[in-house]
Design a binder for this molecule. Structure first.
Ligand code: PEP
Ligand code: MG
Length: 579
């Protein structure tokens, strides 16, 4: 032990992809590395044999995937289902089958070589796409590929049994790996490749497993069985930590568990300020799971439902019926609480469901959100019809994204009126009084919020984009990360002005950007007059507790003080001092 303590602690930096701390032994995920044999099959009989082998393997892989999807003991969440659905779609793609068959029948390749080659071709195409989301999909294809190859090679996939607490390491963790693991003892995931939008990140978050991804070749230095601390907040992995470091992190882990328990108890109540002022805390969601988690923490409803994410990973845009079914299911889950549905905010960094959009130099400044909705009214109409039909089953609100001009809003409202009339004519029931609002996320909309406030029933401030457009920084660009700062006085002034104008017009404002989840910002936002927060489910307990620490009067003084400050540095220092 003495010796170990003296050993230097190696620190590996990656991308913080799922919050939390994990401590455990390193376990490398080993998977079969299939290589091409370059064998040439001269005879027809051999080729026919390989064709049959491929066809059977394809069938078996499909059976395996469908089996996982329907496994009675495994309760899959929405994310896991979506991933498996995408993989099934790829397996059923006739183009893949045809290409592999051509390689075997015409080129005399073995089933193994043909599958490796065709899958690699698709992987390369996805990796080369100029879109982080699409790049990550390459690993799904690779995953499906190895499923087929396992059957071609007549090998059973190894299931990872972990009998002690472990941090699982791999070049990449495929969805099927995670599904095949007994997650009970998995305390963290660390990978060489993969980023925030990878499916490993999505799965880790949905399962509450801390993850540090994209550690590059540095991760190779970790040996099987070494003790690791994984810090999912900082994106750090400590290899062979000494006793001192272990003590610090064990204490942090205990503290986090303690806080989570305490907060879970208080979160069952609705949020109130110290003086009893009632604050609405809503949940941001993009699937049923998020909504259920929000309900667990007694959220007051859904403040933002990101429809473009709800249907991502599917080819093309969803039909009216598909949308209606999801919105109706949301209504049933929400049990009368309001659900704010945002119409598709496609474009920017969001995965597209429309294949014929032109590639843009500056997608964040281009064809995005309501701009697409108005240019392709059939898309918006279909979505509005689906929401309106679902409104017969629950309380919905509708919100348009990326509004920058009042004309856009008026056109969208006109379209909305037409859809309502058509439904009335068809004698289809819907909520006649459904509220209509807009995202305030473009500075132009914030600056003219007095004008917009006269035209809508509510505002929702999207600080993620409001900050990006006010500060002229791409929200995903690491190089300018320091400039992406919602505490900048200019951003705060826009938030304050928007809330003031909404109050003057007698309409409600909520804030649904990530700033709503930042505890540091809570007294400030309350002080600027915000009374509705919409945040990720996991942030709700701490958010409710933070709200309870201030009275309306105290918050107002804090808000005023902050508005008198001229730099974000000063503002953050002051807010830190209140903690
Ligand atoms: C925002 O811009 O703050 C927002 C909530 O929308 P999104 O993050 O989906 O762009
Ligand atoms: Mg936005």
């Amino acid at each position: 032990m003495e010796e170990e303590n003296k050993m230097e602690v190696l620190k590996i930096q990656g991308v913080p992809a799922s919050l939390g701390i994990g401590i455990g032994k390193a376990v490398w995920l080993r998977r079969e590395n299939f290589v091409q044999s370059e064998q040439f099959l001269a005879s027809e009989t051999e080729r026919r044999f390989e064709v049959d082998k491929f066809r059977n393997s394809l069938k078996e892989a499909l059976k395996e995937l469908e089996g996982e999807l329907e496994h009675p003991k495994r309760k899959l969440n929405e994310e896991e289902r979506a991933i498996l659905d995408t993989q099934i779609e790829f397996l059923l793609d006739p183009q893949l089958e045809e290409e592999v068959l051509t390689e075997i029948e015409k080129q005399g390749k073995t089933a193994m070589d043909a599958v490796i080659e065709c899958v690699q071709k698709y992987v390369n195409v996805f990796r080369q796409m100029d879109d982080a989301y699409m790049n990550e999909r390459a690993s799904d294809i690779q995953d499906v590929g190895s499923r087929i190859l396992n059957h071609v090679a007549s090998q059973k996939r190894d299931v990872l049994h972990l009998d002690a607490e472990a941090i699982v390491l791999a070049d990449e963790i495929y969805p099927s790996d995670a599904l095949a693991m007994d997650l009970q003892n998995v305390k963290g995931f660390a990978t060489q490749v993969g980023g925030l939008t990878s499916h490993t990140a999505i799965l880790a978050k949905s399962k509450g497993i801390p993850a540090v991804l994209g550690c590059s070749h540095e991760l190779m230095q970790v040996k099987e069985g070494q003790c690791l601390i994984l810090d999912g907040e900082q994106g750090l992995i400590y290899v062979n930590p000494n006793e001192e470091l272990l003590r610090v992190f064990r204490a942090k882990l205990e503290e986090a568990e303690e806080i989570a328990k305490r907060l879970a108890a208080t979160s069952a109540k609705s949020a109130q300020m110290k003086d009893g002022t009632r604050i609405n805390v809503l949940v941001n969601a993009s699937n049923l799971d998020d909504l259920q988690r929000g309900m667990k923490y007694a959220a007051d409803g859904v403040g933002l439902f990101r429809t473009e994410l709800a249907f991502s990973g599917k080819e093309g845009l969803p039909s009216e019926e598909e949308q209606f079914q999801l919105y109706k299911a949301l209504a049933q889950e929400a049990k009368g609480l309001p659900i704010t549905i945002r119409t598709f905010d496609i474009g920017g960094d969001k995965p597209l469901g429309i294949s014929d959009l032109e590639k843009e130099e500056n997608p964040f400044l281009g064809f995005r959100g309501i701009r697409i909705g108005l240019a392709r009214p059939e898309l918006l109409e279909t979505q509005l019809r689906a929401i309106l039909r679902a409104s017969a089953f629950g309380k919905f609100k509708i919100m348009f994204p990326m509004i920058s001009q009042v004309e856009e809003l008026r056109k969208a409202k006109m379209l909305f009126g037409q859809v309502k009339s058509a439904l009335t004519l068809a004698q289809m029931p819907f909520d006649e009084h459904i509220a209509l609002g807009i995202m305030i996320e473009v500075p132009a909309a914030a600056i003219s919020s007095d004008v917009f406030a006269k035209e809508v029933d509510f505002f929702s401030i999207g600080t993620n984009d409001l900050c990006q457009y006010t500060m002229a920084v791409d929200r995903g660009n690491e190089q300018v990360r320091a400039l992406y700062d919602p505490y900048n006085p200019s951003v705060l002034r826009l938030i304050r002005y928007t809330i003031e104008q909404a109050n003057l017009a007698g309409i409600k404002t909520s804030l649904c950007g990530e700033l709503a989840s930042e505890l540091l910002a809570v007294p400030l936002l309350l002080g600027l007059g915000l009374r509705q927060f919409s945040a990720n489910a996991t942030s709700i307990p701490a958010l409710k507790a933070a709200i309870g620490r201030f009275s309306a009067e105290e918050a107002q003084i804090i808000g005023q003080k902050v508005l008198d400050m001229d730099s974000s540095e000063l503002i953050k220092e002051f807010l830190q001092s209140l903690k």
